[in-house]
Design a protein around this ligand. Structure first.
Ligand SMILES: NC(=O)c1ccc[n+]([C@@H]2O[C@H](COP(=O)([O-])OP(=O)(O)OC[C@H]3O[C@@H](n4cnc5c(N)ncnc54)[C@H](OP(=O)(O)O)[C@@H]3O)[C@@H](O)[C@H]2O)c1
Length: 376
């Protein structure tokens, strides 16, 4: 049996301590106010539980659970946690925690922040996507058909194996979501964060079991990280390669068009006098680059089904030459585009496209000096 130290003994900590005691583990509870404020909880949990200071709980635990408001993580003592597994249940809640810009812009996660604070501990993210009342009730014996899986994320595979074994004793399977940055896939605001909530009742209804297979689907549905590139739904690797290469071509490598467009490629609607195939698009790309410096295409979504691929993207660049009759503004500029590509035998044979030129015009005209904004 394991001794589990708790830094934080509130709703999640207290619930986990109950599950742990019932499974035969020892628990050492702590909070910010001191052990005397935890005597009642320890008494309710029985002889396997005792209250202690944060340092004592960190020292006593074979495994330690950090289950406090995120803003308090700098107060967790690093020394006694050296070499230990620390299960991190925290969620970012700006109303409670204040702003963490890195979490908001997707460059870090709550778990990564704790890992940086505890460089010699093995942080494993777990229990942060289940409501404490559901955590108390959804546990099942191993092999039960309605047993739920909880996602875990961490940089150390051995630590995740140990946490998986612990969760098994508490009534849960696990699903390995990957290293700590992947915990963003079950952070607040993601589909997996609601994995065990019944939409008809949410926090007031009983929890809904979710298997590892369900979790896998929900984790995959999380929006891509800022650095991940486009979100890809349903497109094959070949379809993705074709459209990404096409947009690289538009972004300034027009010769790549010969690799991806069929010789008779149709552009719908086509520009006046535009020829079919790569030869028809190359002058349009050149023209675009004379109007926009540093022009490139930012892909947001690639959605594929049966030889058709839909793309949501943006053309960006510095408006340095006349475009649609609007003189250069010298300002960063962006045109939203939506396109459907038909693919046949490894080439794009037809493209239906729609650019938000009206939106661009409105924006560009607003950048002009007042004297140029109005006709007559
Ligand atoms: N509630 C849920 O269903 C749920 C579900 C998943 C994840 N979470 C996340 O898990 C974490 C804990 O949530 P909770 O609902 O259990 O919160 P809670 O009920 O408010 O409990 C927080 C615990 O942390 C302790 N604490 C605060 N600052 C501390 C510090 N500096 N040192 C030691 N202990 C400290 C508190 O002790 P004092 O009372 O003495 O200050 C309290 O025992 C949060 O990050 C939350 O977002 C919550």
């Amino acid at each position: 049996m394991t001794t589990i130290g708790f830094i934080g003994s509130g709703k999640i900590g207290g619930t986990l301590a109950r599950l742990a005691v019932d499974a035969g583990h020892d628990v050492v509870l702590s909070n910010s106010r001191g052990p005397e404020t935890l005597q009642d909880l320890a008494a309710q949990l029985g002889p396997r539980a005792r209250a202690a200071t944060v340092d004592e709980a960190a020292q006593a635990g074979d495994i330690v659970v950090a289950t406090i408001p995120l803003k308090a993580f700098p107060e967790i003592p690093a020394g006694p946690l050296r070499g230990k597994i620390v299960i991190d249940t925290t969620n970012y809640n700006p109303d409670r925690d204040g702003r963490f810009a890195g979490i908001e812009d997707g460059t870090t996660t709550a778990g990564d922040l704790l890992q940086e604070h505890l460089p010699e501990a093995y942080v494993v993210k777990a229990f942060n996507n289940i409501f404490f009342k559901h955590l108390a009730t959804l546990g099942r014996p191993s092999g039960a058909p309605d047993r739920s899986a909880l996602p875990v994320a961490g940089n150390d595979p051995t630590a995740k194996t140990t946490v998986t074994a612990l969760l098994n004793t508490l009534g849960y399977d696990t699903h390995d979501a990957g290293p700590l940055p992947e915990s963003r896939r079950f952070a607040p605001g993601t589909p997996a964060h609601h994995a065990y909530l019944n939409p008809a009742g949410m926090f007031t209804a009983p929890g809904r079991p979710a298997s590892a297979a369900i979790l896998k689907t929900l984790l995959a549905a999380a929006a891509p990280a800022a650095h991940d590139g486009p979100a890809v739904y349903g497109a094959t690797d070949e379809e993705r390669r074709l459209v990404e290469t096409l947009y690289r071509a538009v972004g300034g490598e027009p010769d790549l068009l010969d690799d991806v467009l069929a010789p008779g490629w149709e552009d719908i609607p086509s520009a006046p006098g535009q020829r079919p195939g790569p030869a028809g698009l190359k002058p349009i790309i050149e023209q675009f680059h004379t109007s926009f410096a540093d022009a490139k295409v930012v892909l947001h979504d690639i959605i594929g089904s049966s030889g058709r691929v839909a793309v949501r993207a943006e053309l960006t660049g510095i408006h340095r030459g006349e475009f649609l009759g609007v003189p250069a503004t010298g300002k960063p500029s962006s045109i939203t585009i939506h396109e459907f590509h038909q693919i046949n035998h490894g080439r794009i044979v037809r493209t239906w496209h729609l650019e938000d030129l009206h939106g661009w015009l409105q924006h560009a005209v607003n950048q002009q000096p007042m004297s140029r904004r109005f006709i007559g």
